[in-house]
Design a protein around this ligand. Structure first.
Ligand code: ADP
Length: 541
């Protein structure tokens, strides 16, 4: 029909071209393994991505091939985020903290053809080397010349880059072609692959950059603590490039002390990571105060951010926390909890209650809660149901996996396995993952709410609640608690008394046990599988 707009494919090269044209001098900085800071600009990135695309072409990588990355957050890893898709290949970010069997499973299942490996991570990868079937080349990043390795066909990143041209003829790709893939971290069973397309990631980038979502701008300096293998660093490298925000990549320096140092010295405005990272940082900042007032948003997701920690950041450190929810299967951004205009007159305490929720759906993501029969439930803030989502960056089916159809509804929604309430004004609050809910005598107890309430006690550093079998009630809650260093003589009884006025009586944990550390998954979540096993083995009292 005449008069129509252009057919303009939504491919990621346009994001990079935009950054190069509009923000050529904006910087991407990386804290290298030796502690030095590497800096370059979007203009440099643009050139290097073209080189990388030529490198891959020279290695025989073709459209649709999977190329793995086993790397920290670094500028080279950002080059891969753009360079691999530039060729129509798929950037498959490998989780460096997977167990060896899972890592081998994922590389073989994806049939990666080339894998890029950070030299510091080589020993981790070598453990699985002899189980890998499809990889034709390994490319080492930041490796000293003459490094010894038992990997076959090893090449060096900078050698290949130096030999390749920095002019690449950009391809015209189908916007529906795959550009990236991540496997879930396997919190629940074997990792499952989600494949992102140029179009889905492009729209995710636009969605993420909405003012009602994360809203990055050209004046932001973004610290990406969330690993690039964790749901594509939540899409932030693309969101930064499209908005001209500067990126700061911490490399392997993920301990609280270097992170505090980076935030203060680089005047970071937006920092993104999981709650355990911000918990560690908070304790570091209380011990060694630093000026972090440049931070306008501390983005947190991956697990529920305890309300008490939100309060501590906002009240004591004057840093605004932005709680978000998502999944590998949702690219990942699903919801964010920014206050709405009608919240402005609330007290601080009421505002923190809202910020502790996972929030409202960002544009183009639809959410609903349903009961066991699949009937939609009301948004009244109290009715709990399973969260289902759909949208252009929500998974349609898993990569090469039969038998997962129960995760998708007949009418095209993805079943998240999370349970939540949604308030009248659309704020979702996750009460649990279905498998973590405690089913006590036909009633549900939210492990997340119990954990949050316990973590509000000043002597409690971390708390994880699991279901334990019970003859009378089927399941009852057990709380595993880590106390702060200066907690003195706090007893299980004292914690139960603290909880009593705050939760229903039948919610009170039958057992509260003190442990040194809560086991964590490869992406820093409480590993309740391990806790349940420890309990079954009689290790948790
Ligand atoms: P995995 O499924 O392997 O743990 P993901 O990072 O994709 O890896 O996990 C997504 C899940 O993480 C969600 O289904 C939800 O249970 C949890 N999650 C993510 N963000 C939040 C949040 N802000 N609050 C509570 N839970 C969250």
């Amino acid at each position: 029909m005449q008069g129509l707009m252009m057919n303009y494919p939504l491919t990621l090269d346009r994001i990079l071209a935009h950054a190069n044209r509009m923000y050529p001098h904006k910087r991407i900085s990386t804290k290298m393994p030796d502690g030095s800071i590497h800096r370059y600009t979007y203009a440099d990135l643009y050139k290097r991505v073209q080189r990388l695309a030529n490198v891959l072409k020279n290695l025989g990588v073709k459209e649709g091939d999977r190329v793995g990355t086993f790397a920290w957050n670094t500028y080279q890893h950002v080059e891969m985020y753009f360079g691999i898709p530039a060729l129509g290949a798929v950037c498959h970010t490998l989780n460096i903290r997977l167990f060896p069997e899972q890592l081998a499973y994922v590389v073989n299942h994806a049939e990666d053809k080339v894998v890029f490996i950070d030299a510091t991570l080589l020993p981790l990868y070598e453990r699985v080397a002899d189980k890998i079937k499809t990889v034709e080349h390994y490319v080492l990043i930041n490796a000293p010349k003459g490094i010894e390795t038992k990997l076959p066909n090893v090449l060096h990143y900078e050698d290949l880059m130096a030999e390749a041209s920095d002019e690449f003829e950009w391809l015209t790709l189908d916007e529906n072609a795959a550009m990236g893939m991540c496997y879930t971290s396997g919190t629940t069973g074997n990792p499952k692959g989600a494949l992102y397309s140029h179009r889905s990631m492009f729209l995710h980038t636009i969605g993420e950059n909405q003012a009602n979502a994360l809203g990055l701008t050209e004046s932001d300096r973004v610290l990406m603590v969330v690993p690039q293998f964790h749901a594509m660093a939540w899409g932030l490298p693309y969101a930064c490039a499209f908005s001209g925000a500067e990126m700061f990549m911490p490399g392997p320096h993920l301990k609280p002390e270097p992170l505090a140092e980076i935030i203060a010295s680089e005047k970071i405005t937006v920092a993104a990571g999981v709650p355990t990272i911000w918990l560690g940082l908070y304790h570091e900042l209380r011990k060694n105060p630093r000026d972090i007032s440049s931070v306008r948003a501390m983005i947190v997701g991956g697990s529920a951010m305890p309300r008490s920690l939100i309060e501590e950041y906002e009240k004591n450190l004057h840093v605004s926390v932005l709680h978000a929810w998502g999944m590998t299967e949702t690219s990942p951004l699903g919801t964010v909890s920014k206050l709405h205009a009608h919240h402005q007159d609330l007290t601080d305490a009421e505002k923190w209650d809202i910020k502790a929720k996972q929030g409202y759906a960002v544009p183009l993501v639809e959410i609903r809660i349903v009961n066991d029969e699949g009937e939609e439930l009301p948004w009244d803030g109290t009715t709990m149901g399973e969260v289902q989502v759909r949208g252009p960056w929500v998974i349609r089916d898993y990569y090469k996996l039969e038998g997962a159809s129960e995760q998708f509804t007949a009418d095209g929604w993805f079943r998240t396995g999370d349970v939540a309430t949604i308030s009248e004004d659309g704020f979702m609050q996750i009460t649990d993952r279905t498998k973590d809910l405690i089913k006590s005598g036909g009633e549900w107890i939210s492990s997340v709410e119990l954990e949050n309430t316990l973590m509000a006690h000043p002597a409690v550093k971390e708390a994880a609640v699991i279901a334990i079998p019970d003859e009378k009630w089927a399941e009852r809650p057990l709380a595993a608690v880590v106390l702060t260093d200066d907690a003195d003589g706090v007893t299980a009884e004292a914690l139960r008394e603290f909880l009593a006025p705050k939760v229903a009586k039948f919610w009170l944990p039958d057992k509260i046990v003190f442990i040194d550390d809560i086991p964590k998954t490869s992406v820093g979540k409480f590993d309740k599988k391990v806790l349940r096993r420890r309990y079954a083995d009689g290790e948790l009292g």
